[in-house]
Write a protein that binds this ligand. Structure first.
Ligand code: ADP
Length: 505
């Protein structure tokens, strides 16, 4: 009794903190249409990476809670209020959700900036981008077509239909607290699945805010369930092993993705993985250098370099190398760093201590191996504990960490090259293959290089390429499956074949 009173008091204290940011902040998980505490009453703090302040406390949910969420999603899958809806009705619900997110874009962006550190203009951009998946899949819901295939034998009709996969578990990262959820949930709900969302522990508040809007939009109880936790493994284990979960969609680190893939093997569960990249960004001699530098800045410094499609290794051809570096240095020097809620800020903090330590260690490793720091290269404790300067390192090569691994931070790693063959070989010299970028004004070269790069997505004379209309995903160890585009629905449907025989024509 005393414990629950204390907890309630604690909640209301935090209520005052978060009410300053937005009335959309929720401090409960969401199962079967109810806002709920963790079954063990534990909570964990969500903090602002720009200043370390607690924004809210949310339930630290357990394997038991995950099981309840799965049970709710499973029951609702076949409940009339979801299973009997037509595609058009699901589409209308998704459109209402889209409209409410649009109406609340500023509130959502404030929450996102508070919990992720992302500059406010980027958060507003993410609301637009993330919400575009709900709009897109609201439209796609009505186009999940089957087929009637000519039969090779007489008196038969061969029919192919697509049905909802079942309960989909969606495990998402902190770098796009909204878009990584809507890119999955939009497709799953459009297909007629129900979902259990496990948002990242650093950024559960955006997930809960849009869930509140889904409720307001009329999406029925049990269709969307959200399990907040900072003990991901036991919850993940339930999601991977429960026979009631038909598929897992995960975006995050390659390491965790491989673990989930292994955990799903016994149940032969459908899995879709969007994992890390090691994106090459190649600037050929024929490139338009102004555009290339702008693309490099956009691709590298969005979200402080913490995106899986951020350019990771910059290959610059000898003939334009010096000029490219000069232009780059000028633009990097002009970037403004600070807390994300100041509208002129372009570079915010790193998300947490682990990320900060990793970025610092990668730069130190490059220094030890004779990499040359030509801009930045230091933390900025004067701004905040998790701020690291926009940094340019030249003379990067294997086995420096900056070359072999994804830095996920504001560090531009530069490698000089001579020939096109050399650039392609080095770009492909990695077990990752998510995004790649190159700048060239030579049409022959454009098609040659585009075919040879071993990645799932390519920006040609563009540094930012993600959009709801195009398939997002990688090759090699960067993942399985595609999100967005009309292919995104495929992850959430089963194909069923009907053979109708002994017909009399
Ligand atoms: P990052 O290194 O970017 O934080 P992670 O792969 O650790 O990426 O996290 C991405 C998501 O995966 C987060 O929601 C996190 O809580 C979740 N996660 C981490 N470990 C596990 C696990 N063992 N099982 C299920 N989910 C996990």
């Amino acid at each position: 009794m005393l414990r629950s009173l204390l907890l309630r008091n604690k909640m209301s204290d935090f209520g005052l903190v978060h009410r300053n940011i937005s009335s959309l902040i929720q401090s409960k998980g969401f199962i079967n249409g109810s806002w709920v505490d963790s079954s063990n009453r534990e909570t964990f703090a969500v903090t602002n990476p720009a200043n370390g302040k607690v924004i809210a406390n949310v339930p630290n949910m357990t394997a038991d809670d995950a099981e309840k969420a799965v049970a709710a999603a499973k029951k609702t899958l076949h409940a009339p209020e979801w299973a009997d809806l037509t595609a058009k009705q699901r589409s209308i619900l998704l459109k209402s959700w889209y409209s409410l997110i649009e109406q609340n874009r500023e509130e959502i962006a404030k929450i996102m900036t508070a919990e992720s550190g992302k500059p406010i203009n980027e958060s507003l951009g993410e609301v637009t981008y993330g919400n575009s998946f709900i709009e897109w899949f609201a439209e796609e819901a009505r186009r999940i077509h089957g087929e009637v295939v000519p039969s090779p034998t007489p008196n038969r009709e061969l029919i192919i239909m697509k049905q909802p996969l079942g309960v989909a578990a969606l495990i998402t990262p902190w770098n796009f607290p909204l878009a990584m959820i809507t890119r999955k949930a939009g497709a799953a709900l459009a297909a007629g699945c129900t979902v259990v969302i496990k948002p990242a522990e650093d950024t559960p508040l955006t997930a809960l805010a849009i869930t509140k809007l889904a409720v307001d939009a009329g999406i029925p109880s049990g269709v969307i369930n959200v399990v907040t936790t900072n003990k991901a493994a036991p919850v993940g284990n339930v999601l991977c092993t429960s026979p009631d979960v038909a598929g897992i969609s995960f975006t995050g680190s390659t390491e965790v993705g491989k673990l989930l893939y292994r955990n799903c093997a016994d149940g032969v569960k459908r899995i879709s993985l969007e994992l890390g990249g090691n994106a090459p960004f190649i600037v050929f001699d024929s490139a338009n250098l102004e555009k290339a530098v702008d693309g490099a800045i956009a691709s590298k410094f969005r979200n402080c370099g913490q995106t899986c499609v951020s350019a990771n290794r910059f290959f610059i051809q000898q003939g334009v190398y010096d000029k490219f570096i000069d232009l780059l240095k000028t633009k990097v020097a002009a970037l403004k760093m600070g807390p994300g809620d100041e509208s002129s800020v372009q570079i915010g903090p790193l998300i947490n201590k682990a990320q900060f330590t990793k970025v610092s260690a990668f730069v130190d490793d490059a220094k030890k191996q004779n990499g040359t720091i030509i801009a930045g290269g230091k933390p900025r404790p004067d701004i905040g504990e998790l701020f690291y300067e926009p940094t340019i390192v030249t003379d990067v090569k294997a086995p420096m960490k900056l070359y072999t691994d994804e830095v996920f931070g504001p560090v531009l790693s530069i490698i000089k090259f001579n020939s096109e063959e050399e650039a392609i070989a080095k770009a492909n010299d990695t077990n990752r293959g998510l995004a790649g970028y190159f700048y060239s004004e030579n049409v022959q070269q454009i098609f040659r290089v585009a075919r040879k790069l071993e990645v799932g997505m390519i920006g040609i004379n563009e540094g930012i390429i993600s959009t709801a209309e195009a398939p997002f995903g990688g090759v090699k160890e960067s993942g399985i499956g595609r999100e967005g585009s009309h292919h995104g629905i495929d992850e959430y449907v089963e194909i069923k074949y009907l053979c109708l025989g002994n017909l009399k024509y």
